[in-house]
Design a protein around this ligand. Structure first.
Ligand code: ADP
Ligand code: MG
Length: 356
C-alpha cells in the first residue's frame, strides 16, 4: 500500500499520457502560464483547479495545440508534439458551450469528426451509435440539439469527442452551464464513464467540490503556477499553502499571536470546520484537547448541517460545522451571541506548508 505522498508524482515513464515540461505562455505583458511541469498517467482523471484567470484554459489549449507555448515542451504518450498541428494530436476537447451544430441531427453531430477524417459511412454510423450509447443517449440520434435538455446536449458533446477514441480527453468546465442538481448527477456519470472507457481525462474546473468528487489527482492553479499537486484527501487534509487551504474548503486559519495563544506555538495553521466541537462555555471541558473560547457571531442553517462563525477571545474567528443529525436544530439556531468553547483534537491542527 502506497502512502499518499508516494502516490503523488509517481508515474512510470512508459505509462505517461501527458507530460508538460517548463510550459510557459505570455500574452504581451501578461504571463498566463508561468512554468508548469506535470506528468499525467494513462487512464488518470486529472483536474486542474483554480480561480478564474489562473491559467487553466491556456494550459489546456496548449495541450490541444490551439495555442503555441512561449517556452517549454508538450509530450503525448512520450512523443514531443509541441510543433504538431491540433489535428495531428491524439486529443479531443469538450468545451463548456458545447458548440453543437444546430441544423444537424444528434447522430450527424456525433459523426461529424469521423466524416472530416474520411471514415466510411458504415463505420461512421456504427461508431456514432456506440458513442451515443456510451453516454446513455441511444434512441436520440434523430433529434435536433434544440430538442434536448442541457444535460443531454452536454452528453452529445461528450459523445462527439469520444467517437474519435482519443488517448486524452480535455474538458474545459464542461458542466459549467448546468444547474447544481444536474451538475452533481453529471459529475458522477462522467466519473463512471471515464472509468469505463479508460481514457485519460484532463478536467478544468474552478469548483473545488467538483474536483474533489471526480479526480484521481488535482493540481491547484494560482497565477499561472501549480500551488499544490495532490490526491483529493491530501489536498483537503494537508493544504500546502494558505491559498490552497482557502480555495479548497473553508480556510479557518490560525496564525501569529492567535496561534501562539491557542496552540502554544506561532506559525500558520488550519482546522477544518467539521473537526471542531462546539459547547457552551460553562459546560465541563474534556482535557487534552485544543481549546479556544469565543462568542458566536453568526448561525447559518444549511439543511444537513449548521454553520457557526465564532469570534475568538484570542482574536480572529473560526467557522464550525455541526451535523444536524445530532442535537436539536432549534438549540443550534439560538446560539447566536452565546459564549462558547471550541475544542478539537491536536492532530486536526494542520500546519500549513510545513511540519505539524
Ligand atoms: P482560466 O482558464 O484559469 O480562467 P486563462 O487561461 O483563460 O485562465 O487565462 C489566464 C490569463 O491569461 C488571464 O489573465 C487571461 O486574461 C489571459 N489570457 C488568456 N488568453 C488570452 C489571450 N488570447 N490574449 C490575452 N490574454 C489572454
Ligand atoms: Mg478557463
Amino acid at each position: 500500500m502506497k502512502t499518499l505522498d508516494e502516490q503523488v508524482g509517481t508515474v512510470t515513464a512508459d505509462a505517461t499520457a501527458v507530460s508538460l515540461r517548463g510550459l510557459r505562455k505570455t500574452f504581451g505583458d501578461i504571463t498566463a502560464v508561468d512554468g508548469i511541469d506535470l506528468d499525467l498517467a494513462e487512464g488518470e482523471f486529472f483536474s486542474m483547479l483554480g480561480p478564474s484567470g489562473s491559467g487553466k484554459t491556456t494550459v489546456l489549449r496548449m495541450i490541444a495545440g490551439f495555442e503555441v507555448p512561449t517556452a517549454g515542451r508538450i509530450l503525448l504518450g512520450g512523443v514531443d508534439v509541441t510543433d504538431q498541428a491540433p489535428y495531428a494530436r491524439d486529443v479531443n476537447t469538450v468545451f463548456q458551450d458545447y458548440a453543437l451544430f444546430p441544423h444537424m441531427s444528434v447522430l450527424q453531430n456525433v459523426e461529424y469528426g469521423l466524416r472530416v477524417k474520411g471514415v466510411d459511412r458504415r463505420s461512421r454510423r456504427t461508431r456514432a451509435v456506440e458513442a451515443l450509447s456510451t453516454v446513455r443517449l441511444e434512441g436520440y440520434g434523430d433529434r435536433r440539439p434544440s430538442q434536448l435538455s442541457g444535460g443531454q446536449r452536454q452528453r452529445v458533446a461528450l459523445a462527439r469527442a469520444l467517437v474519435n477514441r482519443p488517448k486524452v480527453l480535455l474538458l474545459d468546465e464542461p458542466l459549467g452551464a448546468l444547474d447544481l442538481k444536474l451538475r452533481r448527477e453529471m459529475q458522477l456519470e462522467l466519473k463512471a464513464l471515464q472509468r469505463d472507457v479508460g481514457i485519460t481525462f484532463v478536467f478544468v474546473t474552478h469548483d473545488q467540490e467538483e474536483a474533489l468528487t471526480m479526480s484521481d489527482r488535482i493540481a491547484v492553479f494560482n497565477g499561472g503556477r501549480i500551488e499544490q499537486l495532490a490526491v483529493p484527501a491530501e489536498l483537503y487534509e494537508h493544504p500546502a499553502s494558505a491559498f490552497v487551504a482557502g480555495f479548497v474548503g473553508t480556510s479557518n486559519l490560525l496564525e501569529g499571536e492567535i496561534a501562539a495563544t491557542i496552540l502554544g506555538t506561532s506559525g500558520l495553521f488550519t482546522v477544518r470546520p467539521e473537526k471542531i466541537q462546539l459547547q457552551l462555555r460553562d459546560a465541563v471541558a474534556e482535557p487534552g484537547l485544543c481549546t479556544a473560547t469565543g462568542v458566536v457571531r453568526e448561525v447559518v442553517y444549511l439543511g444537513s448541517a449548521t454553520q457557526c462563525v465564532v469570534d475568538l477571545d484570542a482574536g480572529g474567528s473560526l467557522i464550525v460545522l455541526q451535523q444536524n443529525a445530532q442535537g436539536s436544530v432549534q438549540d443550534k439556531l439560538e446560539l447566536r451571541g452565546a459564549q462558547v468553547r471550541l475544542t478539537w483534537h491536536r492532530e486536526h491542527t494542520v500546519a500549513i506548508g510545513g511540519q505539524p
